[in-house]
Design a protein around this ligand. Structure first.
Ligand SMILES: NC(=O)c1ccc[n+]([C@@H]2O[C@H](COP(=O)([O-])OP(=O)(O)OC[C@H]3O[C@@H](n4cnc5c(N)ncnc54)[C@H](OP(=O)(O)O)[C@@H]3O)[C@@H](O)[C@H]2O)c1
Length: 325
C-alpha cells in the first residue's frame, strides 16, 4: 500500500471509515466480530489510517475502534472528531466547539479509544457560535499537552481554513468528495495545496451508491440515514441509477469493480489525498484496499470526470446548512 503525507502526517493512501459499523447505515451494530475482523484485515493489508468520531453511535464506534487497535496502537493513525455533541450545556443538537466542550470531549474520546493520544483530531462541523480562533487555541493547547498530535477540519470553507491555519497548522480537511460530489474542486483543493494541507475525502463511494449495489431504496432499513438524503429519494434515486451504471461500464472496461474505480479516480486527483471508504465487511475491505493497485488511463479519468452529474443535494436541508461553502 502506498503512503502519502497529509501535511506532515504519514498515512496509507487508502484508509478505513468505521462509521457504518455502529451508526447511520443498514445493519450497523449487528456484528461486532466481523467489524473488528474488518479493521484487522485492513491493517494486515497495509491500511494505517482509521476514521471514527465521538458522535458515531454516539460513543460506541470509538469504543469498537479502541478495542480493535489495542495491540497495534503504534502502527496506526487514529483519527476522531468532536463538535456534534455539546459538553458545555448547549441545547441537544447544537454544534459545540467551545474550548470547554472540547476539553471534556477529548477526555472521553481518549478513554473510549483506550489511548493516551489521538493522531488526528478533527472539528466535525464549523461551530457558528465559537470563533475558530478560540477552537484552535484550545486544540493547540491539547497538542502542547500531547493529547492530540494533529488537527483537522471537516466541511470547512476556505475562509475558516485560512483563519484556523493562522493559529495552528491544519493537517487535513475531511469533506465529502467523490465521483458524484465534486464541490471541493472549485476552490477548496487549491487553497489546501497553497497551505500544504492534506485532503481526506469522506463517503468516497457515495454512501455505497456508486458501487452499483444499491438498486432500490427498499434495500435500506427504515432508519437508514440515506433515506433522508435527497439523492436516495424518489425520482432523484431513479435518475442517479444512471450514474452508477456509467461507473459500472467504465469499471468493466478497466477490469475492476465500480468501488475500485471510484477510489482509483480519487487517488488520481493527487498525492495529498487519502480517501476513507467505509465498510464493515472483510471481503469489501479487501476489494476496496486493492484499488491502490489500479492505474486509470487518461481517457478513463476523462470519462469519469464527465459522468452525468448527480440529481439532488448531497444532504437534506438541515445537513446542507452545516456545510460551509
Ligand atoms: N466528516 C464527516 O462529516 C463524515 C461524514 C460521513 C462519513 N464520514 C467518514 O467517512 C467514512 C466513509 O464514508 P461513508 O461510510 O459515509 O460512505 P462510503 O465509504 O462512500 O460508502 C460506505 C457504504 O458502502 C458500502 N460499501 C463499502 N464498500 C463496498 C463495496 N466494495 N461494494 C459495495 N458496497 C460497499 C458499505 O456497506 P457495508 O458496510 O455493508 O460494506 C456502506 O454502506 C465513514 O465511515 C466515516 O468515517 C465522515
Amino acid at each position: 500500500m502506498k503512503h502519502i503525507k497529509l501535511g506532515t502526517l504519514d498515512v496509507s493512501r487508502i484508509g478505513l471509515g468505521s462509521m457504518g459499523m455502529n451508526a447511520f447505515y443498514t445493519g450497523h451494530s449487528q456484528d461486532e466480530v466481523e467489524s473488528i475482523r474488518t479493521i484487522h484485515r485492513a491493517f494486515d493489508l497495509g491500511v494505517t489510517f482509521i476514521d471514527t468520531a465521538e458522535v458515531y453511535g454516539p460513543f460506541t464506534n470509538e469504543e469498537l475502534v479502541g478495542r480493535a487497535v489495542k495491540r497495534r496502537r503504534d502502527e496506526v493513525v487514529v483519527a476522531t472528531k468532536f463538535g456534534f455533541l455539546s459538553h458545555s450545556g448547549r441545547a441537544a443538537g447544537s454544534l459545540d466547539s467551545s474550548p470547554a466542550s472540547i476539553r471534556t470531549a477529548v477526555e472521553g474520546s481518549l478513554k473510549r479509544l483506550g489511548t493516551d493520544y489521538i493522531d488526528l483530531y478533527y472539528q466535525h462541523r464549523v461551530d457558528p457560535d465559537t470563533p475558530i480562533e478560540d477552537t484552535f487555541g484550545a486544540l493547540a493547547e491539547l497538542v502542547a499537552e500531547g493529547k492530540i498530535r494533529h488537527i483537522g477540519l471537516s466541511e470547512a470553507g476556505v475562509r475558516t481554513i485560512r483563519r484556523a491555519h493562522a493559529v495552528h497548522p491544519v493537517t487535513a480537511l475531511q469533506s465529502e468528495y467523490s465521483l458524484w460530489t465534486r464541490d471541493p474542486e472549485e476552490e477548496v483543493l487549491t487553497v489546501l495545496r497553497e497551505l500544504g494541507i492534506g485532503f481526506v475525502p469522506y463517503s468516497p463511494l457515495g454512501h455505497g451508491f456508486l458501487t452499483g449495489q444499491i438498486r432500490s431504496t427498499e434495500d435500506l432499513a427504515d432508519d437508514d440515514w440515506r433515506k433522508t438524503n435527497p439523492r436516495f429519494m424518489g425520482e432523484n434515486f431513479q435518475r442517479n441509477l444512471r450514474v452508477a451504471d456509467e461507473v459500472k461500464a467504465i469499471a468493466d472496461e478497466v477490469g475492476a469493480t465500480p468501488a475500485q474505480v471510484a477510489l482509483a479516480w480519487l487517488l488520481a486527483q493527487g498525492d495529498d489525498i487519502a480517501p476513507i471508504p467505509g465498510t464493515k465487511r472483510v471481503e469489501r475491505v479487501e476489494e476496496n484496499t486493492a484499488a491502490d493497485g489500479i492505474e486509470l488511463s487518461t481517457e478513463q479519468i476523462a470519462k469519469l470526470d464527465n459522468l452525468t452529474p448527480a440529481s439532488g443535494d448531497s444532504h437534506n436541508e438541515a445537513g446542507m446548512r452545516l456545510l460551509e461553502r
